[in-house]
Design a protein around this ligand. Sequence first.
Ligand code: JFT
Length: 424
Amino acid sequence: MLKFTLITIFPHMLDSALGHSILKKAQEKGLIEVEQVDLRAYTHDRHHVTDDSPYGGGQGMVMKPEPLAAAIEDARRKNAQARVILLAPQGRVFNQSAAARLANEKEIVLICGRYEGIDERVKTFVDEELSIGDYTLTGGEPAANVVIDAVARLIPGVLGNENSPAEDSFSDGLLEYPQYTRPEDFRGMKVPEVLLSGDHEKIAQWRREQSVTLTRQRRPDLLTNSDFKISAKTQAAQAAVYVALVHYPVYDKNHHVVTTAVTNMDIHDISRSGRTYGVKGFYVVTPVKALQKLALKIIDHWETGYGSEYNVTRKQALEITRIANCLDDVIIDIERESGEKPAIVVTSARPMGVRTSFAALRDMLNNKTRPFLIIFGTGWGLTETIISQSDYVLEAVEGYTDYNHLSVRSAAAIILDRLMGRQG
Ligand code: JFT
């Protein structure tokens, strides 16, 4: 049983809201009680005045301290365990976790002011100040209405189904998935096939993906404080991303097509960046057998050899690393693994025509259309042939200087963070 006491100059303002449906039943069942106290009962003048003009001048009126203090003291006398809350635009913003916290109280006193606010000294009589959000109201009553509603529905028995609050929007930090009911076809708009399938596991997965994608698109702020549980969900909703590091064909500094050497540091660092950001596979592309062997030795050492026991995190990173003869083999491998041809994204530090922004590609990855292959060149960059065969040329990573000689492993880390990193 949770008892709310409202202190207000409009003791009937919430009658209608409390007199219907769920909150009405909750009171009938004795799960909550709401008492509305008329602040004017604590005035001693003939006109029951509760407001006065502000010291220092300015427009409007301010709530006088004496009636409010007397009403709070009386409420504390009658409700010994009460938590006294002042609704105020300056209060901490009320959210789902505040609602959950208040649902554990026995007694809550809500002070609802009017006009331009209350005398500052009344704040020493309260336990906390709450605002219901960043918009302006005419007074505290509508805010109290919101607090009562959000808190009451968390009390066991108030909602028919006892475990449904756990499935709400916000309770796991995500927005809720889209809902449908009959008819199956409404004016040409069909209910998503998966919901008709009867496959409960598939339905649960679809809903989770919808929640994550919607939250990323509309309320990314809800994801920033999230834990690893949510980042794993986020991952599930993202397109499969593959990375290729091409050693042939690339240009040398004289614009000749050459094969570059495979380097230990590129393989290690791009593997680790790829593993960090959730890349599905990292392909080291070289037609030179000796260099393939070298790459394999690097991977194998850390995957299965002495290094795998000595450094477990590096083993995990290199698990995504693969060797390929040429880009065509990479594309075939991705198609075999994911069932679809990847969209090809190339990167280049050289100036060129139309480029896709990081934000646009990030959106495409979140909308999970098809797998993506991001190709990085070595030496002086990817050849025109590869660039002309790509679907997207990603914008360049640039500073504000005329010097642009990032190593490919640095560029890869920056680009993966922009496309797949958690954004503060
Ligand atoms: C608003 C409130 C707001 C808001 C208590 C009292 C007077 C009106 C007002 C509005 C702006 C500036 C006074 C209140 C709230 C919110 C709570 C009062 N007003 N000064 N709670 N939650 N978002 N606005 Cl007293």
